[in-house]
Design a protein around this ligand. Structure first.
Ligand SMILES: *[C@@H]1O[C@H](CO)[C@@H](O)[C@H](O)[C@H]1NC(C)=O
Ligand SMILES: *[C@@H]1O[C@H](CO)[C@@H](O)[C@H](O)[C@H]1NC(C)=O
Ligand SMILES: *[C@@H]1O[C@H](CO)[C@@H](O)[C@H](O)[C@H]1NC(C)=O
Ligand SMILES: *[C@@H]1O[C@H](CO)[C@@H](O)[C@H](O)[C@H]1NC(C)=O
Ligand SMILES: *[C@@H]1O[C@H](CO)[C@@H](O)[C@H](O)[C@H]1NC(C)=O
Ligand SMILES: *[C@@H]1O[C@H](CO)[C@@H](O)[C@H](O)[C@H]1NC(C)=O
Length: 487
């Protein structure tokens, strides 16, 4: 899917982006998508842990600019101390939190420790003359009780999510510099004078990296496609709709979710939607609940139908005698009489898009089709009769990888003779044969197409884990954990 073009290095935050609250808090948009996703507390924690892990990885090793300080020492002259090769080599995070807030998602890292190393050297000059003596060595710096907090705001900007750091702070409780080499006892005091400068440099660097990281993700978000191609006919419209909204410990975002084809826009007011709260997942609450309105499936149905992909010529079946007039000798004698022992071909054409209805108990599909019976009379194809069918089936959705797939099971069907060139014949006569045909040929054929399914809007690099599917009125909900797969 097209979302796969997002480079890994910036994926970790995407989950968050999808889930934070708009900067423009309070602006309530009535617009709702047909697919909505609720990132639960567990999901937010998962995203936060990924984010912090990744942030630490991108931060170290961090090289800071050299520092230099000159001092005047009474009677002795001036001394110039230089710190170079200042490297932040290790950060250890002991705890972190994430909260959806009024102005965005707030992420806080507390009690972090860091180790830095650097080279130091000095030169000095005395009143006796302009000569310099140099010495130098290594120093290690330990930082304790480091806190980093930032707020990331999100808003829907023309169907994309715009993400920005609105607030970023960094604070260090303790900083301890230890010198190795040289006359370190003597210079310790001078080195300590660098404490504030080091503190400021590390704080600035962490803030800068955070803002850079988020803006990198923001620019990737802007580049996310608004449509995800499913196959050569349909795409899913993954335009964000409305503003992300947050609860106390969860955030919800909506995407349009309808299927479209390259040229036509499905008229969405044909498609009914309701607007119940969408988090229906049961204990233990998983990371993510993705709710799909039945309109999503009906839009796919309409697009495939309008693309003319719901025609099917049947000339091979498991029981080939079904496709010879001889097989129908006792059921429709006049057919056999007129075309003895001729092969037949069925032309099945859906007469309108299948309609999918989801209720608390099941998923029902109604399929409206015309079946034209063609006889192969020598080299000629002769249409002899047309039967219109209404087939009802129940759907069983399943998760395959990151795809939502389905299969159907035949429910009921009704037959009507639309026209006939071989005289009238009673539909109840062919009922039994048609049941066999629908069960053994038609339904399996539909199922091979449904089994492929379509991708759920999950960012590349993540996989669904322990997914389950719930039914509700007019929608189904996929309740799932996520796993970070890509490395
Ligand atoms: C800088 O410090 C690292 C250790 O942190 C050391 O491996 C490296 O050799 C030093 N570079 C220079 C130019 O001194
Ligand atoms: C920092 O360095 C000290 C001494 O070298 C070591 O004991 C400590 O484990 C290090 N801490 C981190 C977070 O690397
Ligand atoms: C959020 O928490 C407050 C108090 O903690 C509670 O009154 C409110 O109902 C909660 N809202 C939701 C949507 O859970
Ligand atoms: C995709 O959805 C958005 C929001 O609902 C809508 O404005 C846009 O026209 C849709 N695009 C297509 C191609 O249907
Ligand atoms: C099949 O039937 C449909 C209408 O029922 C017709 O449009 C189509 O041309 C037929 N196809 C063939 C190959 O006979
Ligand atoms: C999720 O599935 C894995 C294996 O597939 C299992 O080990 C784990 O316990 C499951 N987790 C939950 C919460 O069901």
């Amino acid at each position: 899917m097209a979302l796969s073009s997002v480079p890994l290095s910036c994926l970790f935050l995407l989950l968050l982006c999808l889930s934070s609250r708009p900067a423009t808090a309070g602006r309530q948009s009535d617009a709702r998508g047909f697919i909505s996703a609720v990132v639960t507390e567990k999901g937010l924690d998962f995203a936060k842990d990924l984010l912090v892990d990744q942030a630490v990885h991108t931060l170290v090793p961090l090289h800071l600019a050299n520092m230099e300080k000159s001092f005047k020492i009474p009677l002795m002259g001036g001394i110039r101390v230089k710190m170079s090769n200042i490297t932040l080599a290790h950060i250890e995070v002991s705890s972190s939190t994430i909260h959806p807030g009024d102005s965005g998602v707030v992420i806080e890292v507390t009690g972090a420790a860091a180790n830095l190393s650097m080279d130091w050297s000095y030169a000095w000059s005395t009143w006796l003359g302009p000569f310099e003596i140099s010495d130098g060595g290594r120093a290690s710096i330990q930082v304790k009780g480091m806190e980093v907090g930032f707020t990331v705001s999100m808003e829907n900007q023309e169907g994309s999510l715009k993400m920005a750091v609105t607030d970023c702070g960094c604070h260090m409780e303790d900083i301890l510099i230890t010198l190795e080499g040289g006359a370190s006892w003597f210079y310790q005091g001078l080195v300590n004078a660098f404490e504030d400068q080091i503190r400021a440099a590390v704080e600035t660097a962490i803030k800068k990296k955070t803002i850079e990281g988020i803006s990198k993700i923001d620019s990737l978000l802007q580049k996310l496609p608004k449509e995800v191609r499913v196959d050569d006919i349909v795409s899913m419209n993954v335009t964000f709709v409305g503003e992300p909204s947050s609860g106390n410990s969860s955030v919800e975002f909506d995407i349009d979710g309808l299927f479209t084809d390259a040229h036509k826009v499905v008229v969405s007011n044909l498609l009914h939607m309701n607007s119940e709260p969408s988090n229906l997942c049961e204990e233990p609450i998983p990371m993510l609940g993705i709710s799909l309105n039945e309109a999503v499936f009906n839009s796919a149905s309409i697009v495939y139908f309008e693309a003319g992909r719901m025609h099917w010529i049947v000339d091979k079946v498991p029981d080939q005698s079904l496709l010879n007039t001889a097989g129908w000798r006792f059921i429709v004698p006049q057919l056999y009489k007129k075309y003895p022992n001729d092969d037949m071909k069925l032309n099945i054409s859906l007469s309108s898009p299948p309609v999918i209805k989801i209720s608390r108990k099941n998923i029902d599909a109604s399929i409206f089709a015309d079946m034209t019976v063609n006889v192969l009379d020598g080299s000629e194809v002769v249409p002899v009769a047309c039967i219109s069918m209404v087939v009802t089936a129940s759907g069983v959705p399943e998760i395959l990888g990151n795809n939502l797939a389905a299969s159907i099971v035949l429910g009921d069907f009704t037959l009507n003779l639309k026209w006939s060139k071989i005289g009238n014949f009673h539909m109840h006569l062919i009922q039994g044969v048609m049941r066999v045909f629908l069960n053994n040929v038609f339904i399996p054929y539909v199922n091979t197409r449904l089994r492929r399914g379509f991708p759920l809007p999950i960012i590349h690099g993540f996989a669904l884990q322990n997914a389950s599917i719930l039914y509700s009125d007019s929608r189904i909900v996929v309740c799932t954990d996520l796993m970070f797969t890509e490395l």
